[in-house]
Write a protein that binds this ligand. Structure first.
Ligand code: MEV
Length: 438
């Protein structure tokens, strides 16, 4: 029977590891070695990583790769991607090469509005609350000046504060629904600080506003928090080319390719089971760049999937059309990203990724990330409607299978050569290795 521990966070790193291995890992010295082999030899760097979060006992690496040759609005980018899944970076690179010779990607930031809400309960008359809100709004803005001053200097700040009546859904439930511009920062801390200040002022002003009677002079703030649903912080990325230039597949004309492609996208637009996988492929590209550039991929994931369901049914984030002989394929996606603050100025690899991208501002990063998602989706659909994905995927996955079998360098070289003309499968790799080892 395991005992709970109190004061775990106060233990040193070594003590935490000792407790963990004793309690959950049969005191296995190999477990300690595994944890320690990921410690960085550079002590300062190790400490930096440990201080990003709490109770750190080791580091968890992801591969950091580059997908080159992305032509975006006539500028060439090499896109850093942090991802463990085989084929993703290869697919992005292939799509980049394909579209580079067809005019590249075109992008446009549609808007950059971010949202936060103070959720509260009020039991009095709605008309009075509206009157009170007119009196309150300038006070909210004034009280937030110490927080908004610097953001305003950078061109951002509070855009709007609205009173929203949600009493038809939940008894006595109202919101201060607020929108913000946070320029190059993701803005979570800025928005949450503003909202908590609004909540404080709201409670204080309610208690003294002369328009309320004694019974009405009370509001219960439930919570004050930003929303990761940002349907007005949206970027569009697009590729297009004449049908005649579209296919590089043998035995498939541009028109045939487009027809198959459009059908595949239509299925993702109408069938949620397919839409989720279709969008998962898009997120392979998006998350990898979001992670490499030190942004919050959970926030992006939550916001993107909510957006995919904004019309009442979960649907594709990408769309395709043929018009006057031109094939068009595009994505519209909400991306609340930052290029200042957070990990961007702390994590050396994140700083390097941002440098590789030419120090983009947040708007430019939104464009690059959307392109990575669109490219990934193009590559996936192209494979799915032609060869199927397993052929390419298993080739890329070969190295993982070889490593599972502890293949030597020599064995790897021989089998990589062998699988240039043979189909990869887990069982066949085992057979071929066995043959080599005999
Ligand atoms: C795999 O990680 C992603 C795909 O399943 C995406 C798709 O089906 O479009 C290949």
């Amino acid at each position: 029977m395991k005992e709970p521990i109190s004061g775990f966070s106060k233990l040193t790193k070594e003590e935490k590891i000792n407790w963990l291995t004793k309690t959950y890992l049969n005191d296995d010295p190999k477990a300690v070695d595994i944890l320690k082999q990921y410690w960085n030899k550079n002590e300062k760097l190790q400490q930096l990583h440990e201080e990003f979060t709490e109770n750190t006992i080791s580091n968890y690496y992801l591969p950091f790769g580059i997908a080159p040759n992305f032509l975006i609005n006539d500028e060439l980018f090499a896109i850093p991607m942090a991802i463990e899944e085989s084929s993703v970076i290869a697919a992005a690179s292939k799509a980049a090469k394909f579209w580079r010779s067809r005019g590249g990607f075109k992008t446009e930031v549609i808007d950059t509005v971010k949202v936060g809400q103070v959720h509260f309960i009020y039991e009095g008359s709605e008309e009075k609350l509206e009157l009170f809100f007119n009196h309150l709004e300038p006070k909210l803005r004034a009280a937030a000046i110490p927080i908004t001053k610097n953001m305003e200097k950078r061109g951002g700040g509070i855009k709007s504060i609205e009173l929203r009546d949600r009493t038809t859904e939940i008894d006595n439930y109202y919101q201060l629904h607020c929108s913000f511009e946070t320029v190059d920062s993701m803005g979570a801390n800025f928005i949450n600080s503003c909202l908590e200040k609004f909540a404080e002022v709201l409670e204080k002003e309610v208690a003294v506003w002369e328009g309320f009677n004694e019974k009405e002079r009370h509001i219960e703030v439930v919570m004050s928090i930003l929303s990761n649903y940002v349907p007005e912080c949206v970027v569009r990325a697009e590729v297009c080319c004449p049908l005649d230039d579209l296919s590089d597949e043998p035995n498939l004309s541009g028109e045939q390719f487009a027809q198959k492609f459009l059908r595949a996208v239509k299925i993702a637009e109408t069938e949620p089971f397919r839409a989720v996988t279709h969008n998962k492929g898009i997120m392979n590209g998006i998350d990898a760049v979001v992670l490499a550039t030190g942004n919050d991929f959970r926030a992006i994931e939550a916001g993107v999937h909510a957006y995919a369901a904004k019309d009442g049914q979960y649907s594709s984030l990408t769309h395709a059309r043929v018009e006057n002989g031109i094939f068009k394929f595009w994505i519209e996606v909400p991306l609340a990203l930052g290029t200042v603050g957070g990990l961007t100025s702390l994590h050396p690899l994140v700083k390097l990724a941002i440098e590789v991208l030419g120090h983009p501002n947040a708007r430019k990063l939104m464009e690059i990330v959307a392109v990575a998602g669109l490219a990934q989706n193009f590559a996936a659909i192209k494979s799915l409607i032609t060869t199927g994905i397993q052929k390419g995927h298993m080739k890329m996955h070969l190295m993982n299978i070889l490593n599972q079998h502890h293949a030597t360098l020599d064995e790897k070289e021989k089998l990589i050569e062998y699988y240039k003309t043979n189909i990869v499968s887990h069982s066949d790799v085992a057979v071929q290795l066995e043959k080599l080892r005999q």
